[in-house]
Design a protein around this ligand. Structure first.
Ligand code: MG
Length: 209
C-alpha cells in the first residue's frame, strides 16, 4: 500500500478522541515503547468485534491500554475484556486510562507472563483474541487461541509484516521466525480462514472454523 493510500485511510478513519490522544502523548513522554496500534487499526479492531457481536475478548500485550480501550468500546455494557501484560508499570498505566475511559467494569488487566496466565483461562470461551506481544512464542499463542476462541470467533495478530522482516529471506531472528510461523499457520491451518490486512505493520486476521 502506498504512503498516500495509508495517509488517506488514516485521515478518514484514524481520528483519536481526547482520551486516546492524551494516552498516546503521556506514553511517549514517559518512555513507554512507541508501539501502540495506530488509530485506524483501532478502528479495524472495532469493526471486527462489532461484526461478530463480540462480548468476551482476550488480549495478549496490554502496553498502555490503547488497544484495550479501542476494543472495549466495541463491546456491549456487560462485555468483558481480559488483557495480559508482563510489565507491572505498563499495567498500572493502562488501568489508569481504562478508569478514565469509564471502562473499568469491562476491562481487567492481568499481570504475568502470557504463557503462565493463559493456562488459567483454559475452559473459558472468548469471541476474539488479539495478540500483540512478544513474537518468539507466537506459534504457541496461536495454539492457545484455537483452544480459547469459539467457532466463528476471531484470532487477530498485530505486526504481521514485522517491519518487512518477514519477507527478508536472510533474517533468521527468533522473533521474525515467530511471526513467519504464526502467519504461515493463519494462512494454512485448516482450523482457520485467515488473511493479512496491510495496515502500516500488517494485521493478521483469522476466523476459527
Ligand atoms: Mg504491536
Amino acid at each position: 500500500m502506498s504512503d498516500r493510500a495509508g495517509d488517506y485511510i488514516a485521515g478518514l478513519f484514524g481520528a483519536e478522541d481526547e482520551l486516546l490522544a492524551s494516552l498516546r502523548e503521556e506514553a511517549d513522554r514517559t518512555g513507554l515503547p512507541p508501539i501502540a496500534i495506530s488509530a485506524d487499526e483501532g478502528r479495524l479492531l472495532q469493526v471486527l468485534l462489532t461484526a461478530i457481536g463480540a462480548r468476551r475478548v482476550l488480549e495478549v500485550g496490554t502496553l498502555g491500554g490503547y488497544s484495550a480501550i479501542c476494543m472495549a468500546r466495541a463491546l456491549p455494557a456487560e462485555g468483558e475484556l481480559i488483557s495480559i501484560d508482563i510489565n507491572e508499570q505498563h499495567a498500572a498505566f493502562a488501568r489508569r486510562y481504562i478508569e478514565r475511559a469509564a471502562l473499568r467494569s469491562r476491562v481487567e488487566v492481568r499481570v504475568g507472563r502470557a504463557l503462565d496466565v493463559l493456562p488459567s483461562l483454559d475452559g473459558h470461551r472468548f469471541d476474539a483474541m488479539f495478540i500483540d506481544a512478544d513474537k518468539e512464542p507466537l506459534p504457541t499463542y496461536f495454539e492457545w487461541a484455537l483452544r480459547l476462541v469459539r467457532s466463528g470467533g476471531l484470532i487477530i495478530g498485530d505486526n504481521a509484516l514485522w517491519g518487512g522482516r518477514v519477507y527478508e529471506a536472510d533474517d533468521n531472528d527468533e522473533r521474525t521466525r515467530g511471526v513467519r510461523e504464526f502467519n504461515r499457520r493463519m494462512a494454512s491451518d485448516p482450523r482457520v480462514t485467515g488473511i493479512i490486512v496491510p495496515t502500516h505493520d500488517g494485521v493478521a486476521i483469522a476466523v476459527v472454523r
